[in-house]
Design a protein around this ligand. Structure first.
Ligand code: IPE
Ligand code: IPE
Ligand code: MG
Ligand code: MG
Length: 371
């Protein structure tokens, strides 16, 4: 693996740091020969990520002790940290801010998007009744739903606080708009559950809202803080959009193909809960007798409403095994690849530096990832 030279931001004048950070080639990031290693791609921003980590973990010792304990567990439970890494990478296209006071604002943005992400997961797991997250019991597995929602609200408060630390009104507005959009998306998803004849457009709308919007906030916010002109801010927003759409499509694929142990969260739960995702839309599109699939699910749903939960489980298991045996997964993966190609294309007018290389590499990582 190619290790970049250690960087000491304080000792370097602005605009020289990017020459000191070597790009991580996609080949070098294939640490085990096949799967891209995200950690290698994070290397150019590792010192920023360390600062973000410190900020995220800095719990106010004066708060209610069980809340402090929950906070420490949630933040320390080991997410992939993709959103803060992208914020840090996307802030490196107008000369580096590392080593300047301005960089603290980028760190605050990166911490803000990760904290917002964590809060949405806490609420998402309450809504879904999920008992496993990042390989550990969820907070709602131990606390009541109401208390867990309040803990999630505390995290939203922390995220808002970090966004305010950017001292940038456009970024603060972006943060608030993103939070509103995510809530809108999650509510649309709830409303569309068990509606087997909904439009595919509904799917794109909700995955933008619940997931891609936050990736946009990470990359666009970073572009704004680094003072890029409007066209380049739009490029980085496009990257976040396309990357985020692909990220959620792959998450939805993994829900069909993965297992609890590898994912660290319950697999197979989307269709079981009546949430239709891209592999399911392709399954319908490619199926020779689409009515039979819908009828099977609708009949089982009626039986489940009458108390026969096993009928629903059986119908879902049948559809899932049919779906896995067909071409729906590959069709969805190809669509994720199309979004990722657009993400890569949106980088072409930006400086060709180590950070851009990592953002390219992450596109490959996203479609190959297994968790
Ligand atoms: C999970 O996101 C929620 C989705 C938007 C699919 P991640 O897969 O980034 O979650 P962590 O932070 O790594 O656990
Ligand atoms: C992410 O989508 C939803 C959020 C915005 C939190 P998922 O519901 O697919 O996320 P997982 O699969 O539970 O991580
Ligand atoms: Mg979920
Ligand atoms: Mg999911």
């Amino acid at each position: 693996m190619l290790i970049p030279q250690p960087v000491t931001p304080q000792s370097m004048p602005r605009r020289t740091i990017e020459t000191a950070v070597r790009p991580v080639s996609v080949e070098a990031a294939h640490s085990n020969g096949s799967v891209v290693d995200a950690a290698a791609l994070f290397l150019p921003v590792r010192s920023g990520l360390r600062q973000v980590e410190g900020k995220l973990r800095d719990v106010d010792s004066a708060i209610f002790a069980p809340l402090a304990e929950a906070f420490v567990n949630l933040i320390g439970s080991g997410g992939k940290r993709l959103r803060p890494a992208l914020a840090l990478l996307a802030s490196e296209f107008n000369g580096s801010l590392q080593g300047t006071a301005q960089y603290n604002r980028v760190i605050a943005l990166a911490a803000s998007v990760e904290m917002l992400h964590t809060a949405t997961l806490v609420h998402d797991d309450v809504i879904d009744g999920a008992l496993l997250r990042r390989g550990a019991p969820t907070l709602n597995a131990r606390w009541s739903g109401g208390s867990t929602v309040l803990a999630g609200n505390y995290l939203f408060g922390m995220a808002a606080r970090f966004s305010a630390e950017t001292r940038n009104m456009r970024v603060i507005e972006l943060f608030s708009d993103t939070l509103r959009t995510i809530v809108d998306g999650e509510l649309r998803q709830l409303k569309d559950r068990h509606n087997f004849i909904q439009l595919k457009e509904n799917y794109y709308h909700r995955i933008f809202a619940k997931t891609a919007s936050l990736f946009c906030a990470a990359t666009e916010g970073a572009a704004i803080l680094s003072g890029l002109p409007a066209e380049r801010v739009a490029d980085l927003r496009d990257y976040g959009y396309n990357f985020g759409m692909a990220f959620q499509i792959v998450d939805d694929i993994l829900d069909f193909t993965g297992d609890d142990a590898t994912l660290g969260k319950p697999a197979g739960s989307d269709l079981r809960q009546g949430t239709l995702t891209l592999p399911f839309f392709y399954h319908l599109q490619l199926h020779p007798d689409v009515d039979s699939v819908i009828e099977r699910l609708e009949t089982a749903q009626l039986l489940a409403d009458d108390g026969d939960a096993a009928a629903w489980q059986q119908a879902v298991a049948h559809v899932v095994s049919e779906l896995r045996a067909g071409d729906a997964i590959e069709a969805a993966r190809n669509e994720a690849r199309t979004f990722l190609r657009r993400a890569e294309d949106s980088l072409h007018a930006l400086p060709d530096n180590a950070y851009r290389h990592s953002m390219h590499g992450l596109c490959e990582y996203v479609v190959e990832r297994t968790r």
